[in-house]
Ligand binder design. Structure first.
Ligand code: NI
Length: 257
């Protein structure tokens, strides 16, 4: 059975059919899904979804472009909520230099504060990093985030950086991009990194794999991602699904709840 380690089912793209989709996952081979927080509101909504649907778990965290609503009081709220059985991680948190709003210093400040929160509550982190390869790695090293570990979501750097994260004990989140014709760098990463360090993820509703590229994504598309990883590593899709399932439970121990 498949575990989708990164999706956004609170997104309005699922307004019409969210209940049918989430309720139907177990029969369709999707065992568990982590709804990743992106804003303050989506973190709270993700928690509600996890309380309603047995297969849904959640992460609490604020994406670097959504920091305007974040305060120390809200991080205290997240700290209390993180004791809930289905809160499995702090995320998604990190650096987004493609859109530098707010400025880099502010992004770094809240990235560090949210890593500190993860260490306080003993939960792994889900890291968003775009056009910020070196700064992300530096902050992860300086803060000792490896103590709690986690995943570099939608991994987009090359094999050398991948290797740094694997050595630190982190996992690499692999989604639809691996199936794209222009996903050469990610294909190389998948070929070279150990299967034991890869996680399946969708980032739904974004980043649908081929042959559904450009359409709304959902966890139901993960077999295409597993098949692509299998082809790159010359193993069976079943082996990819079995091993990434084990990896997800190792990375996010509370998924066993
Ligand atoms: Ni995301």
């Amino acid at each position: 059975m498949i575990i989708d380690t990164h999706a956004h089912y609170d997104d309005e793209a699922f307004e019409q059919d969210r209940d049918i989709l989430l309720g139907g996952f177990p029969e369709q081979g999707i065992e568990k899904v982590i709804n990743s927080g992106a804003s303050v509101a989506s973190s709270r909504e993700g928690l509600r979804l996890s309380q309603r649907w047995p297969s849904v778990y959640c992460a609490l965290g604020v994406h670097p472009n959504e920091l305007a609503a974040l305060t120390d009081e809200i991080l205290e709220e997240f700290q209390l909520l993180s004791a809930e059985p289905k809160v499995v991680a702090i995320g998604e948190i990190g650096l987004e230099y493609h859109y530098e709003e707010p400025p880099r210093e502010i992004q770094a400040l809240w990235f560090r504060k949210q890593i500190a929160l993860a260490k306080r509550v003993g939960l792994p982190i889900i890291v968003h990093s775009r056009d910020a390869v070196q700064d992300t790695l530096d902050i992860i090293r300086e803060t000792g985030a490896a103590e709690v570990g986690g995943v570099i979501h939608c991994f987009s750097a090359g094999p050398e950086i991948a290797e740094c994260y694997v050595r630190l004990g982190f996992y690499l989140g692999i989604g639809g991009v691996v199936s794209f014709k222009n996903g050469k760098k990610l294909k190389e990463v998948v070929r070279e990194m150990p299967l034991e360090r890869l996680l399946l993820e969708t980032d739904s509703p974004y980043l649908s794999p081929e042959p559904h590229r450009g359409k709304r994504n959902s966890s139901l598309n993960l077999p295409y991602v597993a098949a692509e990883i299998a082809a790159l590593k010359d193993i069976s899709p079943e082996e990819v699904i079995r091993q990434t399932h084990e990896n997800a439970l190792r990375c996010f121990p509370k998924l066993k709840n």
